[in-house]
Design a binder for this molecule. Structure first.
Ligand code: TXD
Length: 319
């Protein structure tokens, strides 16, 4: 059976990390696409030379031609510009919206049957625009943010409680921005609700609030430290988990920016929700019970996303 094909649109910091992870996991053949001349080709050659050492078989190629993504099973989009210190994700809207238009047209023309995972920021607006431009069905276009935000949340919780990150199952809903909604009531450590373990371990509730706040600003914290760009190891790792769920028909429930219709009080919007990922892409959106406070926070997040879409429509009359 022929190997699967993974196309990475954007071969920058996240794109290169995606390629390395996908190759090490032997997920399939990999095509790195970028508009930068030579860079995807150079990274592909460098990554190919990991093969004899790491022991993976994968064809890894770089290109500046969309025709080379033809037949891709999975496409992961990081094309665009990242934040610099002092910039908000929303500041990237204008530049990255025009990039999504080019990427969407390339996917429409050459790989309309792919499962598309969008990473480019501002994520909740870019994934919506990418689906519009590509014309793919909504269940085949998803945004990566919740897996990353939940991983940040889980990391901070594990550090606070002094436990293995393997035992923390943390949940973040809503938009990938300051309005994201870390859901403590659905976060557990070895099945123990976080609030219960906090009582058992004598962790003050205010520490949990601090962790929620640090999760919300998790991206900005790294941008401030790196100064020249944003996070890329955990974002890439998170998108790979989503791609594996699709390629392996794993039916995982993962927090993703999925197209929501008639659930969570949302109709026809991409927002971070628990979604089932399997061979048909986004196979279901799970509507969990939320507290009044969590519902209110999700509404704030949804309103922020809707504002971004209004801005997109103002910039791109075709949307
Ligand atoms: O959780 C999340 N979703 C976020 C997303 C987590 C971290 C980073 N987030 C966003 O991902 C970030 O704000 C950026 O919008 C993207 C990509 O971040 P990355 O760090 O990989 O940026 P780079 O290294 O600048 O790579 C972007 C590449 C670069 O090589 C450009 O030449 C290329 O995108 N690029 C394009 N490729 C194809 N087509 C077009 N038009 C294009 N324009 C730029």
């Amino acid at each position: 059976m022929a190997r699967k094909k993974i196309a990475l649109i954007g071969a920058g910091m996240i794109g290169g990390t995606l390629a390395h992870l996908a190759a090490k996991k032997e997920m399939g053949d990999i095509v790195l696409f970028d508009i930068a001349e030579g860079m995807p080709q150079g990274k592909a050659l460098d990554l190919s030379q990991c093969g004899p050492v790491e022991g993976f078989d994968a064809s890894i190629t770089g290109t500046n031609d969309y025709a080379d993504i033809a037949g891709a099973d999975v496409i992961i989009v990081t094309a665009g510009v990242p934040r610099k210190p002092g910039m908000s994700r929303d500041d990237l809207l204008g530049i990255n919206l025009s990039v999504m238009k080019a990427v969407g047209e390339g996917i429409k023309a050459h790989a309309p049957d792919a499962f598309v995972i969008c990473i480019t920021n501002p994520l909740d607006a870019m994934v919506w625009a990418l689906r519009e431009f590509s014309g793919l069905p909504a269940n085949k276009v998803v945004g990566m943010a919740g897996v990353l935000d939940s991983a940040r949340f889980a990391t901070f919780l594990a550090w606070e409680f002094g436990v293995s990150v393997k035992d923390v199952n943390a949940f973040v809903l809503g938009g990938h921005g300051d309005t994201m909604v870390p859901v403590l009531s659905y976060s557990t450590i070895s099945g123990i609700p976080v609030h219960d373990l906090a009582k058992i371990k004598g962790v003050d509730a205010s520490r949990l609030d601090d962790i929620v706040a640090r999760t919300r600003s998790g991206g900005g914290e790294i941008v401030g430290l790196l100064k020249t760009g944003s996070a890329y190891y955990a974002p890439a790792t998170s998108a790979i988990a989503m791609a594996e769920a699709y390629l392996g028909d794993q039916k995982r429930i993962l927090p993703c920016a999925a197209y929501v219709e008639g659930k969570y009080g949302v109709d026809g919007l991409y927002v971070g929700v628990p979604a089932v990922i399997g061979a048909n892409g986004i196979e279901d959106v799970v509507e969990i019970e939320l507290s009044d406070e969590e519902k209110a926070n999700l509404k704030v997040s949804v309103d922020a996303v809707e504002e971004l879409l209004v801005a997109c429509k103002g910039l791109e009359p075709s949307l």
